[in-house]
Design a protein around this ligand. Structure first.
Ligand SMILES: Cc1cc2nc3c(=O)[nH]c(=O)nc-3n(C[C@H](O)[C@H](O)[C@H](O)COP(=O)(O)OP(=O)(O)OC[C@H]3O[C@@H](n4cnc5c(N)ncnc54)[C@H](O)[C@@H]3O)c2cc1C
Length: 404
């Protein structure tokens, strides 16, 4: 057994990276030297980036304080990763340096996937802090009456279009989505989503794809044109190119292909957590890019590494699969509306959704609970727990359990 401290490098300090780091530092009891690289020393609560876009004040907690004394934060961007040699290059405010590691956890998250249509470079996004800041400036500068479009009717698109419409009643806001508006929800909840958007003044166009973007309009797949002086693309997330550039096997969105134990299929000593990992769920699909995956996957990876630190990293990484089931989704529609939709463990909407004040409070709890959960994990290592996949559907609670 090796007795020296093992160097664990965590790349990215979003929900997943910060959780891996504090849980591992706490649970390994000094056997692991945990270093986190993140581009900035503040924590970005991504669930609130559409709030940033409309100019709301969103706290930016100090990352060093969040991570605590047991974790070293290096400010910078990992520009190259060599998993076989155990080396990463970091470019930061103090220049370029190389970090050596025994184990690496990739927690680089995601950003909005590029809009794959002509004129795609014209769109705005809310998937990362820089994009949200750019959108804030452009949205605030819009003259009254300038039409705004949000493309994509997933959770981020719905939340974003509602915030934009609520905050600027003086501009017409439209949602364009290939699917049915609110189609993921149960039919009564979907109807509630549609009615709420209508009340907020959103014109919702479902079953329509955008074929091209121009500075003043969108071209739809049937050739029709709709005016749009500002277009926000919410067509899905993609992982940054670091893993692909490192020769690690990734999917078509750049997320690392892993087994159910979060180990890279091409480099089993590399762990991927949160949006950075494409991990098979029990039903054969992948776990969605979500907080509900980010927190449990991070906690599970930390626990696997704690086991490794005991055996000195000489053996294979712990191969226990992540046992995770979903329980509910909570989607806000502006400040005053939200829908808390129970799901099966495989993330399919079911049962009666909660709306009104209770759902708004649940959403507020979720959004603020992300930062609190990392602080709790630092103080009480092992505190983050999550619902399991084998829980019978009828027993599933209607809140997201202790994983925000
Ligand atoms: C507006 C919005 C609303 C959302 N609402 C919900 C919701 O209601 N529920 C839900 O479950 N999910 C929601 N999501 C999705 C959720 O935010 C993501 O699934 C979640 O952030 C994933 O966490 P993560 O830690 O994997 O990645 P992130 O939170 O993206 O963190 C990744 C970190 O890695 C850093 N990083 C990236 N590349 C490098 C590099 N090369 N070197 C160093 N650091 C790097 C990034 O800067 C970032 O700090 C929402 C997303 C958005 C944008």
């Amino acid at each position: 057994m090796s007795t020296s401290k093992k160097r664990v490098l965590v790349i990215g300090a979003g929900y997943a990276g910060a959780t891996v780091a504090v849980r591992l530092a706490g649970r390994s009891r000094g056997r692991a030297e945990v270093t986190v690289v993140n581009p900035r020393p503040q924590f970005v609560n991504r669930l609130r980036l559409h709030h940033v876009a409309i100019g709301r004040a969103v706290p930016a907690p100090d990352l060093r304080r969040m991570l605590g004394a047991g974790v070293t934060l290096v400010e910078g961007h990992v520009t190259t990763l060599d998993p076989d040699a155990g080396r990463a290059t970091v470019a930061g405010p103090d220049g370029v340096r190389t970090l050596a590691f025994d184990r690496v956890v990739v927690a680089t998250g995601s950003t909005t996937a590029a809009a794959p249509v002509p004129g795609g470079e014209l769109v705005h996004a809310v998937g990362d802090l820089e994009s949200a800041h750019r959108l804030r400036t452009a949205f605030a500068a819009l003259a009254a009456g300038t039409p705004v479009s949000v493309v994509g009717g997933g959770f981020t698109g719905l939340e974003t279009v509602a915030e934009l419409a609520e905050s600027r009643p003086d501009v017409p806001v439209r949602l364009v989505t290939a699917g049915e508006v609110g189609g993921w929800f149960t039919p009564p909840a979907a109807e509630h989503v549609r009615r709420t958007l209508e009340d907020l003044g959103v014109e919702a166009l479902g079953g329509t794809r955008v074929r091209a973007v121009a500075p003043d309009r969108l071209v739809l797949e049937d050739g029709a044109e709709v005016p749009s002086g500002l277009t926000v693309w919410c067509g899905g997330f993609a992982a940054p190119p670091l893993a692909r550039d490192a020769g690690i096997a990734v999917d078509d969105r750049g997320a690392i292909l892993t087994d159910a134990a979060l180990r890279s299929l091409s480099h089993p000593a590399v762990l991927a957590v949160g949006d950075a990992g494409h991990t098979p769920a029990p039903d054969g699909a992948r776990f969605s890019m979500s907080c509900q995956f980010a927190f449990p996957s991070a906690a599970h990876a930390a626990d696997a590494l704690v086991g490794d630190t005991v055996i000195g990293f000489d053996g294979a990484v712990d191969d226990r699969p992540l046992d995770l089931g979903f329980t509910a989704r909570c989607v806000s529609l502006g400040r005053r509306h939200a829908v808390l939709q129970p799901t099966t463990t495989t993330d399919v909407a079911r049962g009666r959704a909660v709306t009104g004040r209770a759902a708004v409070l649940a959403k507020r709890f979720q959004v603020r609970g992300t930062v609190a959960a990392i602080g709790l994990e630092r103080r009480l290592p092992g505190a983050i727990r999550w619902p399991h996949a084998d829980r019978p559907v009828q027993d599933a609670p209607t809140t997201a359990g202790s994983a925000p």
